[in-house]
Design a protein around this ligand. Sequence first.
Ligand SMILES: [Zn+2]
Ligand SMILES: [Zn+2]
Length: 332
Amino acid sequence: MRAMVLDAPRTPLQLRDLATPQPRRGQVLLRIHACGLCRTDLHVVDGELAHPKLPLVIGHQVVGTVTQCGEGVERLRDGDRVGVPWLGWTCGECRYCTSGRENLCERARFTGYDIDGGYAENAVADERFCFPIPAGYPDLQAAPLLCAGLIGYRSLRMAGDAERLGLYGFGASAHIVVQVARHQGRRVFAFTRDGDAASQRFAMSLGAEWAGDAMQPGPEPLDAAIIFAPAGELVPAALRATAAGGTVVCAGIHMSDIPAFPYEILWGERVLRSVANLTRRDGEEFLALAPRIPVRTEVRPFPLDDANAALDTLRRGDVQGAAVLAVDLAVA
Ligand SMILES: [Zn+2]
Ligand SMILES: [Zn+2]
């Protein structure tokens, strides 16, 4: 199979011919149709996450069709179209796994980090961590649901019942979350780089009622803010923009250092928290909800062997919506 391989952090992915992996017990082999790019992929390639498997096939928003079932596979069959998210395996027995918090499992293994992922023509996945893809979503449009959508949804849940919601960084996640938030009757304020007129227009077109500079407070206080951009200076900015009792959620896996800030901007029972990974329950809930809204994803496709250029485009913030590798699209 063709795969884009990371040999070492801070080096470009290399196009290689690898042996097609064989599904072990409980695993399925997938023919990959599409794989979404995520900011986390950049953190892995840039060496900002400490211990990737190497060499590694990155990518954790995988859409594919089952072509072979390993021994003991019960839920999936050949021909099923499924999605593979970031959470690739959990132990099932630790304190976290047995209390509905498998996202925090200390032995968890992640797709495109501990396990080879979706920048390839094939991958194997544990059937218990594959989600059926809702009908009506073509491969390309389905891919961003699997992380941008799913972790965005978890972050939105952590924002509680906030009516006035601020989204910091208007990339793949925010363009999905704004649709869910509007469906839930919330008011959305989009915070972008100062002068980023294209992102601001995009946010307004998806239902934000205001869009402007992230380093300044919005037109009225927020009840919650979700920070998608990996920039620590947004934390004090979001706290300043948030009303007493509000929550600021950091949705990314990595962020630059947060500058010191005065206690008074946290005072007033403001809550500052992170969101880590996802649970299978998040996936089931979100993938059931997305077609009912319906969430529509805007995607920019790239060929598999253009993955480095695609990552650079994402790094520059030049993607409206989500960048997706088109690997081998199923006939709709
Ligand atoms: Zn991701
Ligand atoms: Zn566990």
